[in-house]
Each structure stands twice: as C-alpha cells, then as structure tokens.
Design a protein around this ligand. Structure first.
Ligand code: SMG
Ligand code: MG
Length: 373
C-alpha cells in the first residue's frame, strides 16, 4: 500500500495522579500521536518522548523535528508491504528511537488492519491476556506510599514496582515488604546511583525482589555487570538498552539478567521483537515497560507483551490508573482482570479507536503531510 498522508498531533493530557521518579515529577503527560493513511485505512502510533530530556535525550520538540524533516519524507508516497520496508527507509537516521517508533508503529497498525489481523497476531503473539503490574512513584512520605500500595493491591494488581532514589530506598522497601511478605515486588532507580552505592543494593538483596531496574548510569553497561556480579537479585536494564545492539552487548558481558523492553525507547516494534527474540535465545526473561501511554501506545504495548518470552508482568496498568475518566484520546479503555492481567483486543490492528473530539480537546498543535503524486 502507498502512504498517502501522515498527520502529527502534539497532545497533552492531565495525569490522574502526579508521577514522581528519581529524575522528576510529572503532573501532565505530553506525546505526539502519528496517523498514517493508505487505501482508506488509518494507522496510529504514539511517540513517547516527554517535554524535557529527563528519561531520554529525546523531547517532543526533537521528535517533532526528526519526524517532520526526515522520517515522514522518507516514507510519504512510498509503497509499503511490510514493516521492514519502513525500517529500511529509516536506516540513515541515527538515534531518535522514540520518533522512529511513533511512525513505524503507526505503519504496523495500518498493515495489521490491511491483513485483517489484531496487531498481537500480526506480531506473532501467543496470549489472549497479558500479566501486568503497577509502577508506583515516589510519595511524600512512607505512610502515603503504604496507602498507595494498599489501594493498588486491593484493586487487584499482583505485582508492584516502587520507584527508588538515594534516601528513598532500603527503609521504604523494608516497610512494604514487612506489610506484604509475599507480594511480587521490584524497584526502579532510573539511574540515580553509582557503583559506590553497591552497599545499598546488597541490602536490597535481602527483600526477595523480582529485579532491580536501572540502578546505574543510563548509558553504562560495564558497571552494571560489576554490580550484577555482587547480587543475588537480577538486575534489569531499561534506559541502557536503546537498540538490539545494546541488548546484545549487555547479554555478552552479563550486565543484567532481565531486560525491560519499551517499544519507544528501542525504536519501534521491529526492534522490540528483535530484542525479545535475542533474549529468548539466551534464556533471559523480558517484560514490557511503560511510558504513561495513552490507549494508543498501551494497545501496542499489550500486543507486544503477547510474545512468548514476555514472562514477567509488564508496566501496563489499566487505563484508569493514568488519565481521568473520559480524557484518554482512544477507546475502549483497558481494564484489569481478576487475575492481574489485561485482555488483548481482538479487532484488527491496535483494537482501539481514536475519538476525534477528545483528540481535538487535548491537542496543542498539528501538522499534515500529503503525498503529491
Ligand atoms: O506506564 O505504567 C507506566 C509507567 C511505568 O515506571 C514506569 N516508567 O523508568 O520504567 C520507567 C518509568 C518511566 C516513566 S517516564 C514518563
Ligand atoms: Mg524504568
């Protein structure tokens, strides 16, 4: 099919609750939604870059530039029969994985619809529901954290991730572990520590955590390998894995025993599936990370998590955990099942519909690119 038209929609939504990590506090969430048109179908993708270069060096502004000036011109008017055609046309662009993922994933949705298949089936997924957990940000104090954990456990989340940073680590993990001795629990430092903090991680080693996510520098692999060698608990890399190559290097030097796959961070569903396959071949479990996506990005995450080696619960919570009722730009919402899973949509493509009025209400700017034959 020929790509006839592409639209960029820069939107911003209020979060249901502020989300605080070691690198900052978010009250609203921006993103760029990408719509790709061909043969009477529309595919949607979400670019998860934020307002500032905090989680990653990409921002909404850099992604807007890279999409509009390089990536969209590379595929506008092109014949596309498979996602590989898009990946090939993007090969000249170095870096900018979040920008690439927004557009590549929109084409995945389009092609899955053209095949009449749910995105999960088009990817090769094997599940009809995916196990999920919830990621809980840093709270004003320990009681607030315990209340928040209690609320999510009562809501049915069977796995909890706590954000940690220096001064908000061993004592809070101990408090949660004492109250919920059997709860599957993990922590995420978002690169807030150095190797000099190894004693903190040796203490965290006693709490039977599922994993410790991205403790050290966001680009480092070598020091993660040194830390991993001192710990019983698996280290999991997030920010350090920005391509299949990073995953290969990390496995080669045993920098981690688990990988968090985020489709935006690694540059799209093709790269995400390649990392999944590589980890499966090495016996390394993976799970699907989250970037506070709207239902468009969430649908792509759910589809990805149906691949067989996604053997740990993902940061894919129910839609209501992220945005106030009626605000998410796509429907239907994702709901939490009693067994801490989310059901995989069965309609062709992403299986969610963008609601034009909600999109318009959330939009800050838009840009349209039309192929002139
Ligand atoms: O989408 O449930 C979610 C959030 C999961 O904790 C989460 N993501 O480092 O893994 C991570 C953070 C990054 C969020 S930055 C917006
Ligand atoms: Mg993380």
């Amino acid at each position: 099919m020929r790509i006839e038209r592409v639209e960029l929609h820069h939107i911003e939504l209020p979060l249901a609750h502020p989300f605080e990590t070691s690198f900052g506090r978010e009250v609203t969430r921006p993103c760029i939604l990408v719509a790709v048109y061909a043969d009477g179908l529309t595919g949607w993708g979400e670019c998860v870059a934020g307002d500032g270069p905090w989680f990653s060096c990409e921002t909404v502004e850099t992604a807007w530039h890279i999409l509009g000036d390089f990536l969209i011109p590379a595929i506008l008017g092109a014949e596309v029969a498979s996602p590989a055609d898009v990946v090939r046309r993007f090969r000249r662009v170095r870096g900018h994985p979040m920008a690439r993922a927004g557009l590549e994933n929109a084409v995945w949705d389009l092609l899955a619809q053209a095949e009449g298949l749910p995105l999960a089936a088009y990817l090769g997924g094997v599940r009809d529901r995916v196990p999920v957990g919830v990621s809980i940000g840093i709270q004003p104090d320990r009681d607030a954290l315990l209340d928040r954990v209690a609320r999510y456990v009562e809501a049915g989340y069977g796995r909890v991730k706590l954000k940690i940073k220096p001064g908000w680590d061993v004592a809070v993990v101990r408090a949660v572990r004492e109250r919920w001795p059997d709860l599957p629990l993990q922590v995420d430092a978002n690169s807030a520590y150095t190797l000099a903090d190894a004693p903190v991680f040796r203490e965290l080693d006693q709490f039977d955590l599922l994993l410790i996510e991205q403790p050290l520098h966001y680009e480092d692999l070598v020091e993660h390998a040194r830390l991993q060698a001192q710990l019983r608990t698996p280290l999991c890399l997030d920010e350090s894995i920005r391509s299949p190559e990073h995953a290969r290097w990390a496995l080669e030097i045993a920098a981690c025993r688990v990988i968090n796959i985020k489709v935006g961070r690694v540059g799209g569903l093709t790269a995400a599936r390649a990392i999944h396959d590589l980890c499966a071949a090495h016996g390394v479990p993976v799970w699907c990370g989250g970037m506070l996506e709207t239902n468009v990005g969430r649908a792509a995450n759910v589809a990805l998590a149906t691949l067989p080696n996604f053997s740990l619960p993902g940061d894919i919570s129910a839609s209501a955990r992220y945005y106030p009722p009626g605000r998410d730009i796509a429907a239907p919402d994702f709901l939490l099942n009693d067994d801490s899973t989310i059901s995989v949509p069965t309609a062709p493509g992403l299986g969610v519909r963008v609601i034009p009025e909600r999109l318009a209400a959330a939009r800050l700017r838009e840009r349209t690119f039309v192929w002139q034959s």
